[in-house]
Write a protein that binds this ligand. Structure first.
Ligand SMILES: C[S@@+](CC[C@H](N)C(=O)[O-])C[C@H]1O[C@@H](n2cnc3c(N)ncnc32)[C@H](O)[C@@H]1O
Length: 481
């Protein structure tokens, strides 16, 4: 198949870049749709995509990555509720409310979190004074957002004591956002690259555009940032995630600091200049390296008869399935592999990684332990056990496991990063600062060592993680004086 015209079409229409390590994901989406449509020739499918908008969106729904969770990067929510909102609320009425847009809201956890945070701070009346809209290109994700039913990992950052207040129990361990919040959020399909914003209800007070730009190349990032900046009213705010801040600091909007948090504000650049400079010098951007992901091996698919798994699958096939989020099939391959070879530590670890992504944390832990029984000092096993404990909210065990990981391999920057994060959660700032400093030192090497996980469930590249460490370190240092 000639993938290049598909890459160009997807990039041109919605900005998504499928290069280097992501080509297999695009190819798999295309082959899946061709097989579902009974098409055998890629140029026929390309022609179909060009003329048929609905088919193009069906493919895009397969390609987008909707990773999100409640109260993600809570510093932004705190800043909004505690500091920015009081300024914004001045003079607002139900007819002219504070307008907030979540651009790239995925399955909706972000706009719901914003409303819940504001409700916590200001009480029920705030719902009449704020209008929150979530938009995304992915109609399947938006359908989930509208239903507002969630489980497992969606709650990994959400305070347990608020669960009952904002959610009611639904089927199969799922929870539904209660009506008094759900009814107040609007969702709409929108392509940020080129859909007109003409129906946006007036100038916006704040835009959350977090963890979306990582899928775009720099010119596309600049184009979309410019479009969003144009929607802000004077002094309106634009939030990107901490790892995206530096790549958007290109002068379109001044970068300002409020309480150690960096965000963009639509204000006269001259006023923002000092803070702008400070922001740049406090975390000098490293040269942006191209991601060095190796190309994925071809992905086996149930729908494609010529690649059917009639023989024992390879570890690489299982890994490619996992990386393409086909977790059920990946588990099937791994179970077959483990039946053949009970001593394959990497199969246990990949299986545990897949189970973590499926939110089956107890199964993941059991699998990790089976692996570690066979190889006591396996680095990946300890990192994964730490991650599982962290996701379960057991910070004490998480610290223990991550410490073991860095004892096994002191250059494991991921272990130091996770340790710093957990110490941060435990408010043990001194230890957190020390661990961030070690992680930054390791990540500053010309070629930082591998992170240590076969299947890395997070989308960070080392240089992005370094920026995140620098950002968190600065914040901690400020807060501890
Ligand atoms: C990783 S999610 C981010 C969710 C949320 N903002 C957060 O930070 O948790 C990225 C979302 O961006 C959406 N997206 C990607 N390209 C888009 C485009 N051109 N227009 C609108 N949404 C897009 C994807 O569909 C996906 O749901």
């Amino acid at each position: 198949m000639n993938i290049q015209p598909f890459q160009s079409l997807v990039k041109e229409r919605c900005g998504l870049c499928f290069e280097e390590g992501k080509i297999a994901m695009l190819a798999d989406g295309i082959l899946t749709r061709m097989s579902q449509l009974g098409m055998a020739i890629d140029t026929d499918y390309l022609a179909c995509l060009r003329r048929n908008e609905t088919e193009f969106h069906t493919l895009v729904n397969l390609l987008t990555i909707n990773e999100t969770y409640f109260f993600r990067e809570p510093e932004h929510l705190n800043l909004l509720a505690d500091k920015i909102m009081p300024e914004m609320l001045a003079g607002k009425t139900p007819a002219d409310p504070v307008r907030i847009l979540c651009a790239g809201c995925a399955t909706g956890e972000e706009p719901y979190s914003i409303m819940m945070k504001l409700f916590e701070k200001y009480g029920p009346g705030i719902r009449e004074l704020v209008s929150i809209t979530g938009v995304d290109i992915d109609s399947v994700a938006l359908g989930m957002a509208e239903r507002g039913v969630y489980s497992g990992l969606s709650f990994r950052g959400f305070p347990d004591h608020l669960r009952h207040k904002y959610f009611e129990k639904s089927e199969n361990d799922h929870y539904r956002v209660r009506n008094f919040i759900r009814e107040k959020i609007g969702f709409r399909k929108m392509n940020l690259l080129n859909d007109p914003f003409s129906d946006m209800p007036g100038r916006l007070d704040a835009i959350f555009y977090r963890n979306v730009s990582i899928y775009f190349d720099p010119p596309t990032q600049l184009h979309i940032f410019n479009r969003l900046a144009g929607l802000l009213r004077e002094n309106g705010w634009l939030f990107v995630s901490a790892t995206e801040t530096l790549s958007h600091n290109h002068g379109v909007l001044p970068l300002v600091e409020r309480d150690g948090i960096f965000c963009f504000q639509n204000k006269d650049k001259r006023n923002g200049d000092d803070e702008h400079k400070k922001a740049i010098s406090s975390s000098a951007p490293a040269q942006r390296k191209k991601p060095s992901l190796a190309p994925l091996p071809p992905v086996p698919s149930k729908q494609r008869p010529d690649r059917r798994l009639s023989k024992v699958p390879s570890f690489e096939e299982a890994l490619a399935l996992a990386e393409n989020k086909r977790y059920g099939e990946a588990l099937g391959c791994l179970d077959t592999l483990l039946e053949q070879d009970r001593s394959s530590i990497k199969s246990y670890m990949l299986k545990a990684g897949v189970l973590i992504n499926m939110k089956r944390l107890d199964d993941a832990e059991r699998t990790c332990r089976q692996g570690i029984e066979r190889q006591r000092w396996d680095l990946e096993g300890h990192l994964l056990l730490g991650l599982i404990a962290k996701l379960k909210g057991d910070s004490e065990t998480a610290v223990q496991r991550f410490k073991e990981a860095v004892y096994i391999q002191s250059s494991c920057w991921l272990g130091h990063f996770y340790l710093a994060e957990v110490y941060g959660i435990r408010k043990e700032s001194k230890q957190a600062i020390r661990e961030y400093e070690i992680a930054i030192k390791l990540l500053s090497k010309d070629s930082p060592p591998d992170h240590g996980l076969t299947f890395f469930p997070l989308a960070f590249r080392p240089e992005q993680l370094k920026h995140l460490c620098l950002h968190n370190l600065n914040r901690l240092k400020k807060s501890t004086g």
